[in-house]
Write a protein that binds this ligand. Structure first.
Ligand SMILES: *[C@@H]1O[C@H](CO)[C@@H](O)[C@H](O)[C@H]1NC(C)=O
Ligand SMILES: *[C@@H]1O[C@H](CO)[C@@H](O)[C@H](O)[C@H]1NC(C)=O
Ligand SMILES: *[C@@H]1O[C@H](CO)[C@@H](O)[C@H](O)[C@H]1NC(C)=O
Ligand SMILES: *[C@@H]1O[C@H](CO)[C@@H](O)[C@H](O)[C@H]1NC(C)=O
Ligand SMILES: *[C@@H]1O[C@H](CO)[C@@H](O)[C@H](O)[C@H]1NC(C)=O
Length: 430
């Protein structure tokens, strides 16, 4: 068994501490399969080894790091404002997505958050290496040491069960990396935020930390049956090369031991819930993991089904994922958003939107009108104290000072509507 620390490399230790990863352009099939198949033992090891895997880390840059006293400006902050939470972002993409991943990272960056970047095996190893280099060279990311690049990629087929295994893998890395995050968000490279992190963290600081934003429905129509009855085997779980999904000729009945819920592949999940799925002693998450491993589109059903079948968590779920997207039923896929959708996106009050074409002009519009982000730099927030006109985020203040803007009002309105209408309880797990 490999040391679990080899599964990820911090942006800072990526090149120095794991040179062997680079000599090995493709993961060795046997080791790879073994590692995937023994997901549980790895998670177990991750949970047992509590120290952080960072002996080679350099210390945070004292001139940028927010706790540096001479750079700290204490504002007269309202004492009733709860301390800001922290979000663990998994940002993943495929071949050719490095640019989008970096742009999405800059658009969602905040020093209190944690980031894990992943390029799947369709990307070359030098792409991964370059991504880590760019992250390593960026002064802001380097200062907080909160951006990491996954050194060893996971296969992620959208249709099969490998996305669930990948998502749990990433969450387990976050659990091991840091004790200080509250929500887990997995973004694909074709997503983009519709509010600044100051807006999002500000609003989430008022919410109970155990809330989960997950679209779910127990309604099973013919469309859902088409995803739940076939038996498939995801090649990502046992082959080292990408191939087509294996479909069995027979179909199976729906389970009667638990209620199935379907939803969407995007969700905002609480840390408590991720711990329940990965480290919990209740066997429900593992039983469902086994069941969904042979189901197409398992990612959109796994988390809703675990949440709603668990006594502990069925009251924490909100039936809205805060993602704006438009489904194109003709093409059976999400429609690409463009500038025509800008106003609707804004009025939706969503925190994120998907999907966008690479470098679509609407992304520049979002940068300009919503995020106030200039090309190549991060979104300025309450923590940025630099001279106006320069890259203001090169001088840091206290990272827990948030400067929410109009985005927080949109988000607040959307969430208050969800909670106040009574739709919250009456739409829960039905
Ligand atoms: C949550 O589970 C409890 C216990 O099984 C059940 O009584 C309750 O109705 C469930 N709530 C929802 C919203 O499903
Ligand atoms: C999630 O649920 C909300 C509210 O029910 C809905 O507006 C949205 O379209 C759903 N998203 C997806 C991807 O189904
Ligand atoms: C945006 O997409 C819609 C639907 O695909 C299309 O009708 C419209 O012309 C597009 N607008 C722009 C500005 O590209
Ligand atoms: C800020 O920008 C001005 C010109 O716009 C430049 O002269 C100055 O050196 C910059 N300061 C820093 C700290 O980069
Ligand atoms: C909440 O109620 C208002 C007015 O009753 C309605 O317009 C709005 O659509 C409702 N929101 C949700 C999410 O159901």
């Amino acid at each position: 068994m490999q040391n679990p620390t080899q599964w990820l490399s911090s942006s800072l230790s990526f090149l120095s501490s794991t040179p062997s990863l680079f000599k090995d352009p493709k993961p060795k099939p046997i080791i790879y399969t073994l590692l995937i198949l023994s997901l549980f033992s790895i998670l177990l090891i991750l949970s047992l080894t509590s120290s952080t895997p960072s002996p080679t880390h350099t210390r945070p840059d004292p001139f940028l790091y927010p706790t540096h006293q001479t750079h700290r400006i204490i504002y007269d902050q309202d004492k009733t404002t709860p301390p800001p939470p922290s979000i663990a972002y998994l940002i993943s993409g495929s071949k050719g997505d490095s640019g989008r991943i970096l742009r999405l990272l800059s658009a969602t960056y905040h020093p209190l958050n944690h980031y894990l970047l992943h390029l799947d095996p369709s990307a070359s190893h030098s792409d991964r290496e370059n991504l880590a280099l760019v992250v390593q060279k960026n002064r802001v990311f380097k200062a907080a040491q909160n951006v990491h690049v996954m050194g060893k990629p996971d296969f992620v087929y959208t249709k099969g069960s490998s996305p669930v295994s990948f998502t749990l893998h990433a969450a387990s890395i976050f659990l091991r990396l840091s004790v200080k995050w509250d929500w887990f968000v997995s973004l694909s490279a074709d997503s983009y935020p519709l509010v600044t992190q100051d807006d999002l963290l500000h609003i989430m600081s008022f919410l109970p930390k155990d809330m989960n934003f997950v679209n779910h429905s127990s309604y099973i129509g013919w469309k859902e049956l088409r995803k739940l009855k076939p038996i498939i085997v995801d090649p990502g779980l046992y082959l080292s090369e990408g191939t087509d999904m294996f479909y069995a000729t027979q179909k199976r009945d729906l389970p009667s031991a638990y209620r199935l819920f379907t939803g969407s592949s995007f969700s905002i999940l609480s840390r408590n819930f991720m711990e329940f799925c990965i480290l919990g002693v209740d066997n429900l998450p593992r039983i469902l993991l086994m069941y969904f491993s042979n189901t197409p589109s398992s990612l959109s059903s796994y988390f809703p089904t675990v949440l709603c079948n668990s006594r502990q968590f069925n009251r924490t779920v909100i039936n809205q994922d805060l993602l704006y997207s438009i489904y194109d039923s003709h093409r059976n896929d999400l429609r690409s958003l463009n500038s025509t959708d800008f106003d609707n996106m804004l009025h939706s009050g969503a925190a994120f939107a998907r999907k966008f074409e690479p470098d679509d002009p609407v992304l520049d519009l979002i940068d300009q009108k919503i995020l106030d982000r200039s090309p190549g730099s991060v979104v300025p927030g309450g923590w940025c104290l630099g001279e106006p006109g320069n890259n203001t985020c090169l001088t840091w203040g206290d990272a827990s000072i948030l400067r929410p803007g109009t985005g927080s009002q949109r988000l607040e309105k959307a969430i208050v509507e969800l909670l106040l209408n009574g739709t919250f309880r009456s739409h829960q797990c039905i």
